[in-house]
Design a protein around this ligand. Structure first.
Ligand SMILES: C[S@@+](CC[C@H](N)C(=O)[O-])C[C@H]1O[C@@H](n2cnc3c(N)ncnc32)[C@H](O)[C@@H]1O
Length: 306
């Protein structure tokens, strides 16, 4: 790709992931990792990383999957690329404290990052490929980074569905929270303002709120398998398979409410209102935390051999 054809960096996503959204993910990296770890088995089984592989982790965030990849590629290495400075700081710190020496991180926009041509055997991503302004350009850039015959494996969300436990419950939570906040001080009670997916502080600036909304919209950008096939034109043998997962939102209903309210840090709710919110999660409380069924797509593809 020449400089003239490179897409312009997507500034709203860069702002969100370097602003309140990214800071929240970096601060609560353990919770987000617990939430998403249910997809790891499917992702790494599909990735089938070998000991000498060179692995690229796109949108690596705090590096949980980069570290797993580095352990699997014991005689190779893993490189995590991400647009978010706060998340990369966290990834480097976690990697050092785990004593992993064959993982490194680069800050960059995967749409245009100057990856070494054919520098990797496999590219993976756990939910880090939905946030591009130009998905086709991004995946073409990622294909270039793979050797001929190199493989791609990623997971991304299926469409939000009122039949899914997770979508339905988080929707109920957002509606109820909006109502409870509206009772306090005349807010409009609009659940969009407190959506749990990538919420920004209720009293955040209009810029921060619209950045978080953009991240929320982007989260669903690859939920249509036809679109996934379309944007992976630089690959062959593209397969999109549904994977049922359980996402974990907290150790207890109270813990889940604390976590979700941490995304609206300027707001306080009295104990009675918190208890009301906890009831939303009560049906999903187990000895292994608050777990809800959801679905992701597992996508695999191959860079053509020649
Ligand atoms: C939903 S988080 C997933 C993080 C990580 N993969 C995990 O499983 O914890 C999405 C990640 O994609 C990153 N991201 C968003 N746009 C990006 C881009 N254009 N290039 C590289 N990373 C990007 C964000 O900074 C964020 O870390």
């Amino acid at each position: 790709m020449t400089a003239a054809t490179k897409p312009a960096p997507d500034s709203s996503q860069a702002a969100a992931w370097n602003g309140p959204v990214g800071t929240h993910w970096a601060t609560h990296h353990d919770r987000y990792d617990a939430m998403l770890s249910g997809v790891n088995d499917a992702l790494f089984e599909a990735a089938a990383i070998s000991a000498r592989d060179r692995v690229l982790d796109i949108g690596c965030g705090a590096g949980a999957t980069t570290r797993i990849a580095a352990r699997l590629a014991a005689h190779g290495h893993a490189v995590g690329v991400d647009i978010s400075a706060p998340l990369l700081d966290r990834a480097r710190a976690n990697t050092a404290s785990d004593g992993i020496t064959n993982a490194a991180y680069e800050r960059g926009d995967a749409q245009i990052h100057p990856f070494p041509a054919a520098g990797y055997d496999i590219a993976i991503s756990r939910g880090g490929v939905m946030f591009f302004a130009d998905h086709a350009a991004a995946f073409t850039n990622i294909a270039r980074a793979l050797r001929p015959g190199g493989r791609l494996a990623f997971v991304c969300p299926q469409p939000a569905d009122r039949e899914s436990e997770e979508s339905r419950t988080l929707g109920l939570f957002a509606e109820l929270l909006a109502k409870l906040l509206a009772q306090d001080d005349g807010l409009d009670g609009n659940p969009a303002n407190v959506s749990p997916e990538t919420a920004s502080p209720q009293t955040a600036s209009p810029e921060a709120t619209s950045e978080a909304a953009a991240a929320r919209t982007a989260m669903a950008s690859l939920s249509d398998p036809a679109r996934i096939h379309k944007v992976l034109g630089a690959f062959e043998d593209v397969r999109v398979s549904p994977v049922p997962v359980e996402t974990v939102w907290g150790e207890t209903p109270a813990d889940a409410v604390d976590f979700l309210l941490s995304r609206t840090p300027d707001r306080t709710l009295d104990e009675r209102k918190r208890a009301t919110l906890e009831e939303v999660f009560r049906p999903y409380a187990t000895e292994r935390g608050v777990r809800m069924r959801a679905g992701v797509w597992l996508v695999t593809a191959v860079r053509p051999a020649a």
